[in-house]
Write a protein that binds this ligand. Sequence first.
Ligand code: UD1
Ligand code: CA
Length: 451
Amino acid sequence: MRRNTLILAAGKSTRMKSRKSKVLHEILGKSSLAYVVELAHEIESDEIFVIVSPQEENIQLLFGEELNYVTQQHQLGTGDAVASAAPFLEDGTTLVLYGDVPCLRAESLQELFDFHESQGNDLSILSVDTEDPTGYGRIVRDALGVVAIVEHRDATPEQLSIREINSGILLMDTKLLKTYISELTPSNVQGELYLTDLVEIFRSAGYKVDAYRMEDEEEIVGINTRCQLAQATRVLQERINNYWMENGVTLISPESIFIEDGVEIEQDVVIWPGTYLKGDTHISADCEIGPEVTLESTFVGTGTRVLRSSITQAEIGDNTQVGPYTYIRPNSFIGDNCRIGDFVEIKNSVIGSGTKVSHLTYVGDADLGEDINIGCGVVFVNYDGKVKQRSIVEDGAFIGCNTNIIAPLRVEKGAYVAAGTTLTEDVPKDSLAIGRSKVTIKSDWKAKKEE
Ligand code: UD1
Ligand code: CA
């Protein structure tokens, strides 16, 4: 049986009070619509249609050509959105997903598919019982199944007390969908074509409509407002965090820790509060990360400790210490057993194993070898106003405090640079470079000045 999946993403997003569509708002680094597209792939749809508004046709650029896009010319409601795709649907079953319902799991959809088939339904609804049904469509049942879905705004006081709500997810026979979708009318408070009115239409034509009550009401939160966006973030955050805790990662105060979907974490990692792990960050075993660390697409080796720091697109070796207050920028490679300390910024540089850059230093566009000591307040002067140039410091060198290294140059193996030097030429192996003006002492200067 051919499976079509429709993803509705053309709504006006009025309640979000935003210049962009609510389906493009992000939850843990990924748009709501991206979660729903992934779900559609996961359940093995034969064809996926995304319904977009004329203002949001850029969605096509974001999601590529493997999906079909249908433009809904006027936002006349969820029924109109489905009607705009109907001519393109081949017979089989059609599943309707909402682009603003990002937390739904494939397992729940599978339960809906099984229910639909085992009950021999023509239309199945995914529903849930909830404490607070405000804003959602209510499921009105009779002895034969479901008779109607009544929107919150259209409901009678009696219907408002119903706790079973429509998730928005519907599964139906495609032929029937195509036959009856044109019968929807805008006879409701919002003057829209409600997809949910198909329930009554199907029932009065004698077809079988029923709702599958799923367990977990958190899965169906719709992100119409910023508060619901925060609610969805909590749901997905907790789901991801629980996964890592079940897989041997300690999260201290998980509600303050945010881990995006593409992150990998090995066993016996401890993550402290206020930490945000993004992109395809990988954290190897026995690391301690946080508090207050942001890692974006960064690889961290075994046993490394990162404290109150921000690292983007970098690689950190084993048993290295980073922070507090270190800023490591893209294309930086830090070796094993390094010590990168407070107020150090590193950009587009290599730091060899065993090297220490302990405080108040900028390393930009430099290649540092192993077992080097970089003193306090060193600046790799990489930019002359026109071009960025690289410097090299070889193994075992010692760079004294408050040194400026004016690129491009090379400090060879085992060389020393005296504190306070502004270095403008290469330093040969094992030598000392000292570039300071001589200190002059003027005795009794204070007394003479006051004469
Ligand atoms: C809808 C359901 C409601 C259900 C709730 C669950 C209807 C009439 N109501 O209400 O029963 O409890 O979802 O979250 O379906 N969209 C379009 N084109 C349009 C209008 C909407 O593509 O013309 C898209 C929106 O982008 C959104 C989805 O359809 O992704 C749902 O629309 P929305 O306006 O959010 O419906 P709700 O009022 O939440
Ligand atoms: Ca909604």
